[in-house]
Design a binder for this molecule. Structure first.
Ligand SMILES: [Fe+2]
Length: 195
């Protein structure tokens, strides 16, 4: 069954223009479309896997790129819905953050987002080890922490900031991201996986 593209109710943001968001959502829709297109082609090629070996392997390789691009952008855009909300220090997330990051989380996450190359700054929660894992995902699909639920996803591809802040504007964009972030959405994600 094909995946449906989602819509997002994003208010006016500070430092991230509507035009940038609209174009970015267009890119997101491309991931949904391409994932569906690959999924539809695979059975055809698999019927004669020897003849189509190279095409088949390329499609299979690209599948997680498209899927992760689709899912990561959904996580990203929903973080702006309902407007900016600060982190509640008395929420479960706020309390664990205080113990683990002692107030330097935003700086740490900004450092991850500032790493060179297209990708994502990511925060996951490990329900087994009862700890956060933060890291950099290259492109859409390289370097994920296997099976860990995503708590926060920050797109740091150039397309996320080029229009508003120029090619060297990643730092300003990351500041704008935090300014517009609805921490309540992030708190709810943490509640759902840490109970
Ligand atoms: Fe993106």
């Amino acid at each position: 069954m094909a995946y449906e593209k989602r819509t997002f109710d994003i208010p006016e943001l500070e430092g991230i223009s509507k035009k940038s968001i609209d174009e970015h959502i267009g890119l997101y829709e491309g991931y949904v479309k391409n994932f569906n297109a690959i999924s539809a082609l695979l059975p055809e090629y698999a019927k004669d896997s020897e003849k189509h070996a190279h095409a088949l392997s390329e499609l299979i390789r690209r599948k997680s790129f498209e899927f992760d691009g689709m899912r990561l952008h959904e996580l990203y855009f929903e973080q702006f819905e309902s407007g900016a909300k600060t982190l509640d220090e008395n929420s479960n997330l706020g309390k664990v953050f205080k113990d683990e990051y002692h107030g330097f989380f935003n700086e740490y996450f900004k450092a991850i987002g500032s790493m060179r190359g297209p990708g994502w700054a990511m925060l996951y929660w490990d329900p087994v080890g009862k700890q956060f894992q933060a890291g950099f995902v290259g492109e859409q699909h390289q370097g994920h922490f296997v099976a860990l639920p995503v708590i926060l996803a920050l797109d740091v591809w150039e397309h996320a900031f080029l229009l508003d802040h120029g090619a060297q504007g990643k730092g300003k964009y990351i500041e704008a991201f935090f300014k517009n972030l609805n921490w309540n959405t992030v708190e709810k994600r943490f509640d759902a996986v840490s109970a």
